[in-house]
Design a protein around this ligand. Structure first.
Ligand SMILES: *Cc1c(COP(=O)(O)O)cnc(C)c1O
Length: 378
């Protein structure tokens, strides 16, 4: 084995999937069944996922991107439509919108890392067909306010909850309501880097609307009503049943994974909130943020980033170049400064490892390394 380059690594997949003898036993039993597409373990996984999130239906699809795309398609988004979304997100949000021939309309974010709901109304036009908030970093958009606005305009909301499994905000009854259950549908990713992950690409779209669920099931399987009849035009985007076996093996631990990440986040918060040079974003007390990413604002971010890498801490930036300034989105004709908060974030945010396999010693090393950077500067 080669020496690890980092003392505190970002990816924990070797730990997570180091002990899988029981899973291999299950896979050995599954493979000879030949039940590879829309098989029995997939139906079981979908039932468990729906229950976990608190939605009536969960539909396994090929990726998180497809979960978003199918959710948008199910509410009729197509060519020439506009979909309002957050300016700081992963490209996949925009990719899903674009695949349907629709145009993303960005709304700036705030320091929760999610869209600033007070800026949404100004982005609504005659062509707006849907709103796609992004539960970035495992935070949650102010969904109560967004739903009120969207309902007023009769606009469907499809959540990008790919980073936000079990992230939650206060519902109408004051109790926590999970990301993905606020709008018509919510998309989740099972990509290896997400909180609940399988051995490749996968996604889930949830809904509590029976009709939308029926449409989503058609859309993921070529629109086929049955072997011989095609009801609508759809896609080939099924969650592999093999990956559902992996998902079933893991899904029972989602609450533990979440609790560990939240505890790690609190541990970092306590240290970083006292540290000159670092600003911890304001933490709303009535939400559950699940720390898919642990992200803070840093003075001289680029200097700190390099200092971390030089000292064996695998920090990351999510994301260094705002989407609206990317070459691929030139046709949207944005110019630097259009989304000032997103710009500020791109220059000041830094993410540290926060996963469920991280040890307190590793966290302490991260904290000490960051502390030493600012101590040296003074
Ligand atoms: C990961 C991610 C996606 C897409 O998920 P894939 O499974 O990789 O297709 C979409 N949106 C956000 C914000 C993500 O982080």
């Amino acid at each position: 084995m080669t020496m690890p380059r980092f003392k505190v690594r970002y990816s924990y997949l070797p730990q997570q999937f180091g002990q899988t003898d029981d899973l291999w036993e299950q896979l050995k039993k599954f493979v000879p069944s030949g039940d590879f597409t829309l098989g029995e373990p997939l139906a079981k996984f979908e039932g468990r996922f729906a229950e976990l999130i608190g939605a009536k239906h969960a539909i396994g699809v090929g990726s998180g991107t497809d979960a978003l795309k199918l959710g948008l398609k199910a509410v009729g988004v197509g060519h020439g439509d506009e979909v309002i979304t957050a300016a700081n997100t992963f490209i996949a949000t925009v990719g899903a919108i674009n695949e349907l021939g629709a145009t993303p309309v960005f709304v700036d974010v705030n320091d929760t890392f999610c869209m600033d709901v007070s800026k949404v109304e100004a982005a609504i036009t005659k062509r707006t067909k849907a709103i796609m908030p992004v539960q970035l970093t495992g935070e949650i958009t102010d969904m109560a306010a967004l739903m009120k606005l969207a309902d007023g305009y009769k606009l469907p909301v499809i959540e990008d909850a790919c980073q936000g499994i079990l992230a939650a905000g206060p519902g109408p009854d004051g109790r926590l309501k999970n990301g993905g259950t606020w709008g018509v549908a919510g998309g989740f990713s099972l990509h290896p880097l997400k909180n609940l992950n399988v051995w490749g690409d996968g996604g889930v779209v949830v809904t509590s609307d029976d009709q939308v669920a029926k449409t989503l099931r058609l859309l993921r399987n070529h629109g086929m009503r049955n072997r011989d009849e095609i009801e609508i035009l759809g896609f080939n985007s099924r969650l592999d049943t093999l990956q559902a076996v992996v998902g079933n093996w893991l899904i029972g631990t989602t609450h533990d994974i979440t609790a560990k990440r939240i505890a790690n986040g609190a541990y970092y918060d306590a240290a970083f909130s006292q540290m000159p040079g670092i600003r911890v974003p304001a933490r709303r007390s009535n939400v559950r943020r699940v720390f898919h990413l642990y992200m803070v604002f840093a003075d001289d971010r680029d200097g700190l980033f390099q200092h971390c890498l030089d000292n064996g801490i695998e920090a990351k930036i999510h994301y260094p170049i705002p989407l609206y300034l990317q070459d691929a989105l030139k046709h949207l004709r944005h110019k630097e400064g259009d989304f000032p908060v997103t710009d500020r974030h791109a220059k000041s945010i830094l993410s540290f490892p926060c996963d469920q396999h991280l040890t307190r010693a590793e966290q302490d090393l991260v904290i000490d390394t960051v502390g030493s950077f600012y101590a040296k500067k003074r």
